[in-house]
Write a protein that binds this ligand. Structure first.
Ligand SMILES: [Zn+2]
Length: 113
């Protein structure tokens, strides 16, 4: 089973949403700072080393929608986290702009390493 990852604004109401504006996947500086992607990736590397089960639990689900209250997904860590998950075997299907539609094609190809 390959985890299908989407991202969306926090108003997305689906049962498969995961609010990453809090909890272990939230940047230490808070969810709404201007995103330093490199810094966030490093934090997630540290988390993976410290508590890999957080990622393994996610990867066992069929589908997850990473949600945050940032309006712009390109400025939000949810998109960076989605890309990190592709390195762990997931597929990223993009931001859900409307709850009725989902992107069919993965935006980022799965990487082998
Ligand atoms: Zn955000």
């Amino acid at each position: 089973m390959t985890l299908a990852v989407h991202t969306a604004h926090i108003s997305y109401p689906g049962p498969d949403r995961l609010d990453v504006s809090r909890g272990v996947f939230c940047p230490s500086a808070g969810p709404h700072v201007v995103l330093d992607a490199d810094e966030y990736v490093q934090e997630m590397r540290d988390l993976y080393r410290r508590d890999r089960g957080q990622f393994d639990a996610l990867l066992q689900a069929p589908r997850v929608v990473l949600v945050c209250s940032c309006l712009r997904p390109d400025r939000c860590h949810r998109t960076v986290l989605a890309r990190i998950l592709t390195r762990l075997g997931a597929r990223y299907y993009g931001e859900i702009e409307s709850w009725d539609t989902t992107v069919e094609e993965p935006l980022f190809a799965r990487r082998s390493a």
